[in-house]
Design a protein around this ligand. Structure first.
Ligand code: ZN
Length: 221
């Protein structure tokens, strides 16, 4: 949008053409310029709370049909998606945006990430998820968390699980996951029980800043 500075005020071209006499208050049916600008910047990105915030340590409540049929529920899911994208994450649990409910979203674009080469997982909402371990054997991955920014830690978890959950429409669904994806699910669903990955570090010395992780650890793996 073109703009011009006039007497110290920045006016858009539309302002100049629709309101060339500031003293003459004619109603303008068109959307004011400032609203258009505001809409562009009004991304529904929620604040991601960080370790130390008490909500991250609460056991979140289960959702009921009243939750997923509420008029503002689709907006909340969309806000979760936009917040996940804005933060550059692959998963986000509702307690991380200070909503203590058992809901998480996961989306993996695939390709190279800070977790290595990953297969794509389409955006999905997981409500009231329940994890069943299909194979007790564990393996470790380096995990990061939007609520523990700038850090990475090595955590061992079961690598073959089944997740029973409800979709955003409240329909029962089930998925099995292996390897790193199994870790992602368990990391996100831990948030619903007030657990952070730092609680599960297999070895406290395997906890590092992102930069040092990339410099000293990632290249060796
Ligand atoms: Zn997390």
């Amino acid at each position: 949008m073109s703009s011009i500075t006039l007497s110290g005020r920045t006016l858009t071209s539309r302002t100049l053409t629709t309101n060339n006499n500031p003293d003459q208050h004619q109603p303008d049916e068109r959307k004011p310029v400032w609203t258009a600008i505001q809409d562009e910047t009004l991304m529904a990105v929620m604040e991601v709370i960080r370790m130390g915030h008490p909500t991250l340590r609460q056991v979140a409540r289960r959702l009921t049909p009243a939750d997923w049929t509420a008029p503002d529920f689709p907006d909340f899911v969309e806000d979760m998606r936009e917040t996940l994208h804005a933060a550059g994450g692959i998963g986000l649990a509702a307690p991380q945006v200070d909503r203590s409910i058992r809901l998480a979203v996961i989306e993996i674009d695939g390709g190279p990430t800070r977790y290595g080469e990953l297969a794509p997982i389409p955006f999905a909402v997981y409500i009231n998820p329940r994890v069943t371990i299909l194979d007790d054997s564990v393996a470790g991955h380096w995990e990061g968390c939007l609520s523990v920014p700038g850090m990475m830690g090595h955590v061992e978890r079961p690598q073959h699980i089944q997740v029973d959950y409800l979709t955003a429409e409240g329909e029962a669904a089930s998925i099995t996951a292996q390897g790193f994806l199994a870790t992602v699910f368990q990391h996100e669903f831990d948030h619903l029980d007030g657990t952070l990955y730092v609680d599960r570090l297999s070895d406290p010395t395997q906890f590092a800043f992102d930069e040092e992780y990339r410099r000293f650890v990632a290249d060796d793996e």
